[in-house]
Design a protein around this ligand. Structure first.
Ligand SMILES: Cc1ncc(COP(=O)(O)O)c(C=O)c1O
Length: 239
């Protein structure tokens, strides 16, 4: 073993500890993990194999409970294994799990669109939001938005509009279009030759802050750079 390790040294149940180690070994035999320097596994940053979720908690094969403080990368706001959500998913899967939305329609797609549009903003002098286009994750949603913006101008006879304005410090996802309008060097540096050109505009000033200054009541320290996923995870495992 080399490098610094945060591996818990004492586990209550040796069988559970063994189970966790086995899953970790099998995982590293077949998986690459997102947003991860794989060299840090297993020694610097041991993976945490999870057996089940329960509300805000994750239950590890190692017998430990982990508080899921990031809602599993922000996609699990209502808790793990939430019974009403699990039942709704099971009910829908028993009825119709998927049908292509090109050329077909189904009630949940229509009903959800109606519910999403009901509270959508309406501004005087601007056309209201009247249509929904589904994407299945955040990055795909950004790709859709970029294509839609380009397509809109193309339909108006302006196909030359191929540049996007993006905000400094923005993060929009990991696909190529989303990376192109993102401004986190760690994520875009390697792929820069593949990325469409974007013009980066300054991020808006913080609420109630003087131009270019941090929020009114914030300490005067310079802004901390966003942590990488790995450093955030490392901080977690150091606790
Ligand atoms: C503002 C923003 N846009 C897009 C994304 C990408 O979403 P996804 O991880 O579902 O691709 C994220 C993810 O954190 C995000 O924070």
């Amino acid at each position: 073993m080399h490098g610094r390790t945060h591996e818990p040294q004492i586990l209550a149940d040796p069988a559970a500890a063994q189970s966790a180690i086995q899953w970790r070994t099998r995982d590293l035999g077949v998986l690459w993990h997102p947003c991860t320097q794989m060299r840090e596994h297993p020694d610097v940053l041991p993976l945490v194999p999870i057996e089940r979720g329960d509300g805000a908690w994750l239950l590890g094969y190692d017998g430990r409970r982990y508080l899921d403080g990031v809602s599993s990368w922000w996609t699990n706001l209502h808790g793990h294994a939430e019974p009403r959500i699990a039942e709704a998913i099971a009910r829908q899967a028993r009825t119709l799990e998927q049908v292509i939305l090109a050329g077909f329609s189904h009630a949940p797609a229509v009903e959800l669109a109606e519910r999403l549009l009901a509270p959508a903003p309406r501004q005087p002098g601007r056309a209201p939001f009247t249509k929904v286009f589904y994407a299945d994750n955040g990055s795909a949603g950004v790709e859709v938005a970029l294509k839609m913006a380009f397509h809109w101008f193309r339909n108006r006879g302006e196909p030359g509009r191929t540049k996007f304005v993006a905000l400094e410090n923005g993060y929009h996802g990991e696909t190529l279009g989303a990376l192109a309008v993102g401004d986190i060097p760690l994520y875009r540096r390697i792929y820069a030759p593949l990325l469409a050109e974007a013009l980066f505009a300054p991020s808006p000033d913080a609420y109630q802050a003087a131009p270019g200054k941090p929020p009114r009541n914030a300490p005067r320290a310079p802004p901390t750079p966003l942590p990488t996923c790995s450093t955030a995870i490392r901080a977690r495992s150091a606790r």
